[in-house]
Write a protein that binds this ligand. Structure first.
Ligand SMILES: *[C@@H]1O[C@H](CO)[C@@H](O)[C@H](O)[C@H]1NC(C)=O
Ligand SMILES: *[C@@H]1O[C@H](CO)[C@@H](O)[C@H](O)[C@H]1NC(C)=O
Ligand SMILES: *[C@@H]1O[C@H](CO)[C@@H](O)[C@H](O)[C@H]1NC(C)=O
Ligand SMILES: *[C@@H]1O[C@H](CO)[C@@H](O)[C@H](O)[C@H]1NC(C)=O
Ligand SMILES: *[C@@H]1O[C@H](CO)[C@@H](O)[C@H](O)[C@H]1NC(C)=O
Ligand SMILES: *[C@@H]1O[C@H](CO)[C@@H](O)[C@H](O)[C@H]1NC(C)=O
Ligand SMILES: *[C@@H]1O[C@H](CO)[C@@H](O)[C@H](O)[C@H]1NC(C)=O
Ligand SMILES: *[C@@H]1O[C@H](CO)[C@@H](O)[C@H](O)[C@H]1NC(C)=O
Length: 749
């Protein structure tokens, strides 16, 4: 028992899908046949007369099984159904035929009557009444609500030209019928019993049929199977409808045939009635309970392959899978992978990368061209400024210039804060001097020379070489130069306390410095000049000795500067002829007149500096009259007239001893001698001043000065080694010796 149930259940489980799918696709009423032979009979039609399988007896289909295969007929009539569709029925044709022999006529089946009165069927207007034959005519009679009469006449001879496929009235006549005819009849008549034409057209034909199906051919005249061809191939179209009410009235009545999800459409035959159709998006049989069912559109994949189809009643919707965007339909914009944006992004990215690269490259090229231009310009300047000459000199004179560095233009630009106004230390005849701070925090003075012409290049190089060779405590040290800039730049050590000139003349601005310091300064300056004049390799004449070219550092150590006009004098020459150069007031008159430059010119200039220092008067006083105009002449005159102490600075008078001032006055006078030969050498001047210094020493600075002196001695040892060879200077030599004897160097006190 239990086992049986189990088997049945299992069987049901196995069969259920079949049954279910069967019910879903229901065509006929439950329990009724749906097929008669090859014909599918959908409800509201039903197979079987009076079997309640159709919606009403008029929709019964008489399936006569005595035929094989069985043949379906409309109700109890003789119209064989060929096809049933939602709109119409197709039934087998009825053809009127009348054949003739030479002897006479053979009546085949002449008269046709189709009577559908009392049913809801009517003949569709897609049927056409057709007569085929060359000596035939037919009258068509139709009736329904009103009667209709028409006819067709067809004549032709064998010689006619027929066009296959066209029924034009020659051999074939066609006429239209109106909708809604329910009873029709037609029969054939002839005029001449096909006399003379029976050889090619023995029969005439008349039939009603689907105009779209029948196509006339000439061979139809003599085709003995023409009737069968028409019956089998050209159906009669029959309109059908439910009842005789319109949709609007039928909906209010019981037995309204259109079930759920269906729409009602009125019949257009004029006989009333309606048909039902499934609403859009639904399928099934609208007459069969429960009506139309939703179409699962998603089964046919209406969406994009990357879309998700959602079936909704009567419709469906598409969306896209995760990772896609779009409306989900089967078109270009259906579903686009978000990754497919990637090429766009990639393109944009690529494009912008290329763009940026181009900009970078262009910028790079621009700057490298600019830089190359700058480098070229610098090279040009380097050459123009005598860089090659200097290099040549360096290579030929290795030991001298090693320590001279060649600075880059950038380095100096940075050091001077781009040559800012507040960095200017001073302006002079040879250019502007800037304070600079190198990257190693060394403070330097950068002299920017005036724009040079090419003739001055050698001179400039000379200055560099002179200064590079000079290593003296009291000469401003040249650290290097820069030739890359438009104008040559010289880099000196920075001397912090300004020029002697300012200390002498800028009353009040500079602190007063003592006689002791003044002596120290001039002694040092004289020593430095003497050193230059007696330089071992090649004597150097400064040519522009003046108080503003003697710089002071914070310990009042003198530094000779500005060698812009300096000249190297070859050892075998004692004098060179040059263009006169120097500063008025300091300028050696003999040199001025003869252009013969000797080291004595520097002695003269130094004499003026000494006079300046002693008197605090400027070398030239244009406002003063006569002798006083020129300090040198004025000083000499004063000494000669024994008025020295009247022109000396009062404070110096107080601080210096009588002997000292007397001696220094005498020294100045000798230095300012108009004849260079009569002037002492710079060495003698230096020694005398050194001697005077020793004489003035105070106990409190004795120690320090002694040390300083030692340093000086060791530094300038070669200076002191030099024996006086200048014959013109014998008197000066004696003078200095004399001074030495008065002030022995070992112990002044
Ligand atoms: C058909 O239906 C009618 C009424 O609905 C009923 O009287 C008749 O017996 C039915 N006939 C058959 C064969 O079921
Ligand atoms: C079926 O067709 C045969 C032959 O035409 C006829 O004798 C018979 O009566 C028909 N049967 C029905 C049920 O119509
Ligand atoms: C009936 O008509 C339908 C559609 O009009 C067609 O698909 C079908 O083949 C026809 N059946 C026959 C037997 O002519
Ligand atoms: C058609 O049949 C009906 C009865 O069913 C009849 O009254 C009518 O006269 C017939 N019509 C023709 C043209 O035979
Ligand atoms: C046609 O045939 C019929 C009957 O055989 C006859 O009465 C008639 O006169 C014939 N008509 C002609 C024009 O031959
Ligand atoms: C048939 O042919 C004969 C002889 O040629 C002719 O006299 C007669 O008129 C023709 N009949 C018709 C209907 O054309
Ligand atoms: C409609 O049909 C019914 C019976 O089916 C009949 O009683 C009625 O008179 C018909 N009405 C018209 C307008 O033909
Ligand atoms: C089905 O949906 C589409 C779009 O969602 C809409 O355009 C269409 O009108 C709908 N059809 C029906 C029958 O609702």
């Amino acid at each position: 028992m239990l086992r049986n149930m189990l088997t049945i259940n299992l069987l049901w489980l196995l069969l259920a899908p079949f049954f279910c799918s069967f019910t879903a696709a229901a065509i006929a009423k439950h329990g009724c046949e749906s097929k008669c032979g090859d014909l599918t009979v959908p409800y509201p039609f039903g197979i079987g007369l009076g079997k309640n399988c159709s919606i009403g007896s008029r929709f019964d289909v008489n399936c006569n099984t005595s035929f094989n295969p069985p043949k379906p007929f409309i109700a109890n009539g003789n119209l064989e159904i060929v096809n049933i569709s939602n709109d119409e029925l197709l039934v087998k044709n009825w053809v009127a035929v009348k054949c003739y022999t030479k002897a006479g006529q053979i009546n085949y089946r002449n008269s046709i009557l189709i009577n559908l009165t009392g049913t809801t069927y009517s003949l569709a207007d897609s049927n056409k009444f057709t007569v085929v034959g060359c000596d035939d005519q037919s009258v068509f009679r139709g009736s329904s609500v009103r009667s209709f009469r028409s006819g067709c006449l067809s004549f032709c001879s064998e010689r006619e030209v027929f066009t296959d496929g066209l029924c034009t009235g020659i051999g074939c006549c066609q006429t239209s019928i109106p909708k809604g005819l329910q009873a029709i009849s037609y029969s054939l008549q002839t005029f001449y019993n096909h006399t003379n034409i029976s050889s090619f057209n023995p029969c005439g034909y008349a039939f009603l049929g689907d105009e779209n199906v029948y196509k006339f051919q000439k061979s139809d005249f003599s085709n003995p199977n023409f009737r069968n061809r028409i019956i089998e191939n050209v159906p009669i179209v029959i309109d059908w409808a439910i009842g005789n009410q319109s949709c609007s009235s039928a909906k209010k009545s019981p037995g309204y045939a259109c079930l759920q999800n269906s729409v009602c459409v009125d019949s257009d035959t004029g006989l009333g009635g309606y048909r039902c159709y499934c609403s859009k998006g639904y399928e099934g049989n609208p007459y069969l309970s429960p009506g139309c069912s939703d179409i699962d559109e998603c089964k046919s994949n209406p969406c994009n392959e990357n879309g998700i189809c959602t079936n909704i009643p009567g419709n469906f919707s598409c969306s896209c899978k995760h990772g896609y965007y779009g409306d989900g339909t089967k078109n270009d914009r259906g579903c686009i992978s978000e990754n497919s944006q990637f090429p766009v992004i990639k393109f944009l990215l690529g494009f912008s990368t290329v763009f940026v690269s181009i900009i970078i490259v262009v910028t790079w090229i621009y700057f490298s061209i600019k830089k190359r231009k700058l480098v070229r310009m610098r090279e040009k300047f380097f050459c123009q400024n005598g860089g090659l000459l200097l290099k040549q000199r360096i290579s030929s004179n290795e030991d001298g210039i090693e320590s001279t560095k060649i600075f880059s233009a950038e380095e100096l630009e940075k050091a001077t804060n781009k040559y800012a106004e507040d960095r200017i230390l001073g302006r002079g005849g040879y250019g502007t001097v800037y304070k600079g701070i190198l990257h190693d925090e060394r403070v330097v003075a950068v002299k920017m020379s005036r724009i040079m012409d090419e003739n001055q290049i050698e001179q400039f190089i000379n200055e560099v070489i002179i200064l590079a060779q000079v290593k003296h405590r009291n000469v401003v040290k040249l650290l290097g130069c820069c030739l890359e800039a438009e104008v040559p730049l010289l880099v000196y050590e920075y001397v912090s306390n300004g020029a002697l000139f300012h200390h002498i003349h800028d009353n009040g601005e500079m602190p007063w410095f003592s006689w002791v310091n003044r002596l120290k300064i001039v002694a040092e300056a004289a020593g430095a000049l003497a050193y230059l004049h007696s330089s071992a390799s090649m004597p150097i004449i400064h040519r522009d000795v003046k108080s503003s070219n003697i710089l002071l550092d914070n310990t009042y150590t003198a530094k000779i500067s500005d060698f812009g006009a300096s000249r190297l004098v070859p050892l075998d020459q004692t004098q060179v002829t040059t263009l006169v150069q120097g500063t008025l007031g300091y300028l050696d008159p003999e040199y001025f007149q003869t252009s013969q430059l000797t080291e004595k010119s520097d002695v003269y200039s130094f004499g003026v500096v000494l006079a300046e220092l002693l008197t605090r008067k400027k070398p030239l006083s244009p406002t003063k009259s006569g002798e006083e105009k020129n300090l040198a002449t004025y000083f000499i005159a004063s000494v000669k007239e024994d008025r020295l102490f009247q022109i000396l600075e009062p404070r110096i008078l107080r601080e210096g001893s009588f002997e000292q001032l007397q001696a220094i006055g005498e020294l100045v006078k000798r230095c300012l001698n108009l004849k260079g030969d009569k002037r002492p050498t710079m060495k003698e001047v230096a020694m005398e001043l050194e001697g005077l210094r020793k004489f003035t020493r105070h106990p409190w600075n004795q120690q320090r000065n002694a040390e300083e002196n030692m340093a000086l001695l060791s530094e300038q040892s070669d200076l002191y080694d030099i024996t006086m060879t200048n014959q013109e200077c014998t008197t000066s030599a004696q003078d200095s010796l004399h001074i030495d004897m008065i002030f022995p160097s070992n112990d002044p006190r």
